[in-house]
Ligand binder design. Structure first.
Ligand code: SF4
Ligand code: SF4
Ligand code: FES
Length: 290
């Protein structure tokens, strides 16, 4: 977590060595250095201690991303700077942070796409701070445990036959890398601190992947309405805007779920039908699929 330095005395990089190092001479095509520097303001601190921003002048490299600049700082100026990352390829969802106030993956945010001037990097605001850029996102895993997993009918034979359009819909939800940027940006968590009563966009995506699976037989609409707090979402679409996997969270997950919950709770015909049928099974076309 803290630092990206390789272990072992032989492997510890020395200041001045490596690609992202200060150079005395002019930039060359081989080094990739542009000759410019970036002013990086990085949040430092942990609960109970001093907190603030440390400023670093980082040599710019062509194609550099914010995570590169943070690694340069760790290697050359502050090996104690804590930052969570893993793949550096936009796939592990670990390097979530806020750059110039916007929730992003640091490894997918190119410096040359940001306005010239100081670049401010800070931890996700909606989660408890552990240290520097690292936050505690464990409450998401607790929320996840509240959602009943995929459940097929016990007597459902094989092979399953599923329409391609249903598979395409599920693929979108399954692209989620659990970066929790959507959870971070959502005002229900961020401003109103209602995470104890609100699953949040990432988990609405997960519920959608289950509710819209043609072979799942559970009905999670009461869960969404009650414990999930789906009604707190007022469809601002901020979650969709920050999703690095381009999942249309609001249009393709939240709104269809809201429609289903409204059917179950406010349509009197459906309400009576559910009471007669029992509320644990899916209804309509989905039940006919079983
Ligand atoms: S659309 Fe709903 S879940 Fe997404 S950020 Fe807005 S309020 Fe939150
Ligand atoms: S839905 Fe998008 S923003 Fe939310 S956790 Fe998944 S990948 Fe990240
Ligand atoms: S390091 Fe894996 S998503 Fe950024």
């Amino acid at each position: 977590m803290a630092g990206a330095l390789p272990q072992g005395s032989d492997a510890v990089p020395q200041p001045g060595a490596g690609l992202f190092s200060p150079v005395d001479g002019p930039p060359t095509p081989e080094s990739g250095l542009t000759g410019e520097t970036i002013t990086l303001r990085v949040f430092k601190g942990q609960p109970g201690g001093e907190m603030g921003y440390a400023t670093h002048e980082v040599p710019e490299v062509t194609g550099m991303v914010v995570l590169d600049a943070v690694h340069w700082v760790q290697r050359n100026q502050d090996s104690d700077l804590a930052c969570r990352w893993n793949c550096k390829a936009g796939k592990c969802g670990s390097c979530s942070a806020e750059v110039n106030g916007r929730p992003v993956l640091m490894c997918k945010t190119r410096i040359d796409t940001l306005p010239r001037g100081p670049v401010t990097v800070q931890p996700m605001k909606s989660f408890p701070l552990i240290k520097d850029l690292v936050t505690d996102v464990s409450r998401n895993y607790e929320t996840n445990k509240l959602i009943p997993p995929f459940t097929a009918a016990p007597d459902d034979g094989t092979p399953w036959r599923i329409q391609q359009m249903d598979i395409d819909r599920l693929y979108e939800y399954r692209r989620c890398i659990e970066c929790f940027l959507c959870q971070d940006v959502c005002h229900v968590n961020r401003t109103h601190d209602l995470s104890a009563r609100f699953f949040g966009p990432r988990f609405f995506v997960r519920v959608a992947s289950l509710e819209m699976h043609p072979k799942d037989i559970l009905d999670r609409r009461d869960l969404l309405h009650d414990q999930g707090g789906l009604g707190y979402c007022n469809i601002t679409k901020c979650c969709t805007e920050v999703c690095p996997e381009d999942i249309h969270i609001t249009d393709n997950a939240i709104i269809p779920l809201k429609e289903r919950v409204a059917d179950a709770h406010w349509d009197p015909v459906q309400w009576v039908a559910r009471k007669l049928r029992g509320s644990s099974a899916k209804t309509g076309e989905r039940a006919a699929d079983k």
